[in-house]
Design a protein around this ligand. Structure first.
Ligand SMILES: [Zn+2]
Length: 303
């Protein structure tokens, strides 16, 4: 179990010894969403994109080796430079093209903890493996504590920080006119989510993020998840129900004095595993992160 936790952490963070995919085989596909917003699906976190008279706006940028393919996909949606990029959080499968995009003139925005974490050496708490900080070119140049609004391409984009969810630097982005929300990795559509407890994430924060978004959307809203297919309000409600039920079960078992091994053996996720446990976050690993999130004291945040 330990090993799979490590591999998952490395893959999601886009770091370290996890085997790199064969980039030449990765296709970057355009999925139309609504109101001029599209989703790009390649390897790593789903990208959100709009284009128009103000230029191209991106949410997340996957991995640097994919940037030529990302640019080619964007070009099918409109001409003009990539002017703004919002990072939903710091993980490498969402920020990998930052440096190259910065060098070609994009302004990168993110929560202040994204900038801090990209500039820090990461030490895997289990393996002690060290990952060097990203170069300053990859750091967001505009940061915020709570959020920011952008008025672009005829729409109003509200960027909202959600506390301690997937990490301690998550943002969700709402396109008011297009009626689209990009949730970054606070929403895994159809798979158990990764709770990056070592980077300040928490299961309670993930549930709170889902509640916040659910309170502001309707049945027509399109919901872009960090991973998984394009979703709806019903998909997000279902995800919220699954992760909150598992949180409640693990919490009850902790209150009964059960150890992590006993909790895993009790299979609190069993009824959902056939569908939700087939992704890169297997049931036991997910339960171990939920358990840690409920029992460990929270880290103080990036220095
Ligand atoms: Zn992530």
């Amino acid at each position: 179990m330990k090993r799979s936790v490590l591999v998952v952490s490395m893959v999601l963070a886009g770091v370290g010894a996890a085997q790199e995919p064969d980039w030449s085989k990765v296709e970057v596909k355009v999925v139309p969403v609504a109101g001029g917003v599209s989703m790009l699906v390649g390897q790593g976190g789903n990208i959100g994109v709009t284009s128009g008279k103000d230029g191209i706006f991106l949410i997340d940028d996957q991995f640097e080796p994919l940037l030529p393919k990302i640019r080619a996909a964007v070009k099918t949606l409109g001409d003009g430079p990539i002017r703004f990029v919002v990072n939903t959080h710091f993980h490498g499968d969402h920020t990998g093209s930052n440096a190259k995009l910065y060098e070609s003139g994009a302004v990168i925005l993110a929560h202040e903890n994204v900038r801090k974490r990209l500039g820090l050496e990461r030490i895997n708490p289990s393996t002690k493996e060290r990952t060097p900080p990203k170069p300053p070119e990859a750091w967001p140049v505009v940061t915020y504590a709570n959020g920011v609004k952008l008025y672009l391409n005829g729409d109003e984009l509200e960027v909202i920080h959600v506390a301690r969810a997937h990490t301690d630097g998550d943002s969700v982005i709402r396109f008011k006119k297009a009626n689209v929300v990009h949730m970054g990795d606070t929403f895994f559509n159809g798979n158990y989510p990764f709770v990056d407890v070592d980077s300040g994430g928490s299961i309670d924060g993930l549930i709170a993020a889902a509640d916040l978004v659910l309170s502001s959307i309707d049945d027509k809203t399109k919901v872009i998840p960090g991973h998984g297919p394009l979703g709806t309000k019903a998909d997000l409600q279902n995800y919220r129900k699954v992760i909150a039920s598992i949180r409640d079960r693990v919490k009850a078992l902790v209150a009964q004095g059960k150890t992590l091994d006993q909790i895993i053996a009790a299979k609190p996720t069993a009824q959902w595993d056939a569908t939700w446990g087939k992704g890169f976050m297997g049931p036991d690993v997910f339960v171990s992160f939920v358990h840690r999130s409920l029992t460990e004291s929270k880290p103080a945040g990036p220095k």
